[in-house]
Write a protein that binds this ligand. Structure first.
Ligand code: COA
Length: 201
């Protein structure tokens, strides 16, 4: 069982569940980042368009967390809504496995926020949540995302042909993985520098 809700903090990066009071910033950031996210965003093979409503998204995330399978968190940077990260498809039994997915506001890209968020969530999932493996599947074309997992020491594990429906077609993915053994040797978060505010008073 995953204890929920959680709040994780490292320097100026906070991960916490989305709240109703995030709706204005969420709408603004989502609206501004549509073109930035489109090539990497999950779509439905039926062609059905996922809802763009904040309330639908919030209800969906809460429902998923209650099911004990998928846990979506807002990435907060400098006190502002900055992106999202999910620990998904949590599987128990002999697997104890989950995946992580993520995105960041383009105006905050390149600052190392996502690798820090992935480090925080992976450490928590393995050391507190008692999972054994966390995997991240990335389209081979997504150089920025591949840099995220490389910086954290995830190992390339294999190639999944036409694995996920992204940007309106089935796309191949490369799978990267981190295991309990690696994280117990050194927490990923301890390797991440603290990201401080860009606006020093
Ligand atoms: C992939 C993504 C999450 C990386 O997040 P991030 O917080 O920018 O991560 P980093 O700061 O570590 O930057 C990763 C790489 O992005 C590239 N990058 C740097 N600045 C950038 C900018 N302003 N714009 C675009 N890419 C940039 C660099 O290659 C960088 O690697 P480097 O640090 O070795 O130079 C982000 O690019 C994103 O949200 N992309 C769209 C959604 C997406 O691809 N999600 C992942 C699906 S698997």
């Amino acid at each position: 069982m995953i204890a929920w809700p959680i709040v994780l903090e490292h320097g100026d990066v906070i991960l916490r569940p989305l709240k109703f009071s995030d709706r204005r910033e969420w709408n603004e950031v989502q609206g501004r980042n549509r073109a930035w996210l489109k090539p990497w965003q999950a779509t439905l093979p039926s062609g059905q368009k996922p809802s763009e409503s904040f309330m639908d998204h919030l209800r969906y995330q809460n429902r998923q967390a209650r099911s004990g399978r998928d846990f979506g968190l807002a990435i907060i940077h400098e006190g502002k809504f900055a992106g999202g990260i999910t620990l998904g498809n949590v599987t128990w039994g002999s697997a104890r496995n989950a995946y992580i997915g993520y995105w960041i506001d383009s105006s905050r890209a390149g600052m190392g926020i996502t690798p820090t968020a992935v480090a925080m969530l992976s450490d928590w999932a393995i050391l507190v949540g008692e999972l054994h493996r966390v995997e991240i599947s990335i389209r081979p074309e997504n150089a920025a995302s591949i840099r995220v997992v490389e910086k954290l020491g995830f190992k390339q594990e294999g190639y999944r042909v036409r694995f996920l429906h992204i940007d309106n077609d089935w796309r191949d993915h490369v799978v990267y993985v981190i295991t309990e053994e690696q994280v117990r040797q050194q927490k990923l978060t301890t390797q991440r520098p603290l990201i401080h505010s860009r606006h020093v008073a």
